[in-house]
Design a protein around this ligand. Structure first.
Ligand code: GTP
Ligand code: MG
Length: 222
């Protein structure tokens, strides 16, 4: 009798994700998976973090995009290493990230932001081996999204409510959002961010610094 075993796509992905995670730990690079729907403000937040953390930490970016290099070009303008991945799919996977890492000088990068493809479903299902998951959620999307996309919100280490300057113009109840996420996730932290308020990046940058110390240890090697 012959038994054929097919490994699932997700199992194969898990294995590569663990390899990526070990590499990040070994190189002392905090890999941050930045997820959220299209246009929620992922690139804007990364840009703001590059400006805030860039003097103290060596930052790199992997840009996963379905098409185009607009975001990669915007971030490369800061003189940091940027690798573009043309994903042709609705999410990054661990294999693809591993391919991108071949062009990323990890031993010279303290914090690696990985901008996932804009989507609230698939990126949650495919572990890429990151050490930290930051989920962005913009005010115009409405306050019911944790109920509709629970997996994404259940995995988040931090949820950033973006475009907070638009709160007066939309029906968006922050306390309702907090309650919905708390039912899914007991460890997450919530932040509000607006690109119009330069101070709003500080608590988020502080959180990333704390996680850098906790997860990869020590201080940056600048
Ligand atoms: N009012 C307001 N607009 C914002 C804010 N953050 C981002 N935007 C705008 O929202 C649009 C999308 O921002 P991006 O940062 O490109 O969003 P993204 O999530 O990277 O988009 P994709 O990569 O296409 O999924 C741009 O026009 C930004 O200027 C904010 O805090 N307030
Ligand atoms: Mg973007």
């Amino acid at each position: 009798m012959q038994i054929k075993i097919h490994r699932s796509v997700l199992e194969k992905n898990e294995n590569q994700a663990e390899i990526n995670r070990e590499l990040f730990k070994k190189r002392k690079t905090l890999a941050v998976n930045v997820m959220g729907s299209p246009g929620c403000g992922k690139t804007t937040l990364i840009e703001s973090l590059v400006k805030t953390l860039g003097e103290k930490y060596r930052i790199g970016v992997i840009e996963g995009d379905y098409a185009g290099t607009v975001d990669a070009e915007k971030l490369a303008a800061y003189g940091i290493p940027v690798v573009q991945l043309d994903v042709s799919s609705c999410h990054l996977n661990a294999d693809f990230v591993a391919t991108g890492l071949r062009d990323m000088p990890l031993d010279k990068v303290d914090i690696l932001f990985i901008e996932n493809v804009g989507n609230l479903i698939c990126p949650a299902e495919f572990d890429i081996g990151d050490l930290l998951k930051v989920v962005l959620y913009s005010v115009p999307e409405g306050d019911d999204k944790p109920l509709k996309y629970p997996l994404m919100f259940s995995l988040a280490d931090a949820v950033v409510v973006t475009k907070a300057d638009l709160l007066p113009h939309f029906q968006f109840d922050i306390s309702k959002v907090k309650e919905s996420i708390a039912r899914l996730n007991s460890k997450y932290q919530l932040f509000e961010f607006s690109s119009k308020d330069s101070e709003s990046i500080r608590p988020i940058a502080g959180f990333i610094e704390e996680e850098f110390r906790r997860l990869v240890g020590g201080s940056p090697e600048l």
